[in-house]
Design a protein around this ligand. Structure first.
Ligand SMILES: [Zn+2]
Length: 77
C-alpha cells in the first residue's frame, strides 16, 4: 500500500470502525484487569478472615469441650 492509498484508507469507514473497536476492546481488557485485581485483593482479605474465624471456632470448641468435661461438671446439689 502506497502513502496516498494509506491516507485514503485511514479515512475509510472500515478503518475508522476498526480503530473504534480496537479502543473499545482494549478498554474492556483494561476494565477486566482492574476487576481481576480488585477480586484478588478481596479474595486475599476473605482468606485471612476465614483463617481467623477457623481459629476462633477451634478455640470456642475447646472451651465447650472443657465445659462439658465431666471433671469440671459442678452439680447444683
Ligand atoms: Zn485500517
Amino acid at each position: 500500500m502506497n502513502n496516498a492509498s494509506f491516507k485514503q484508507h485511514i479515512k475509510s469507514r472500515t478503518h475508522k470502525d476498526f480503530i473504534e473497536n480496537y479502543k473499545k476492546y482494549y478498554k474492556e481488557v483494561d476494565e477486566a484487569q482492574d476487576t481481576i485485581k480488585q477480586l484478588r485483593t478481596e479474595l486475599e482479605l476473605l482468606k485471612r478472615k476465614n483463617t481467623s474465624l477457623k481459629n476462633q471456632n477451634m478455640k470456642l470448641l475447646e472451651i465447650i469441650e472443657d465445659m462439658n468435661d465431666e471433671d469440671n461438671f459442678e452439680d447444683c446439689l
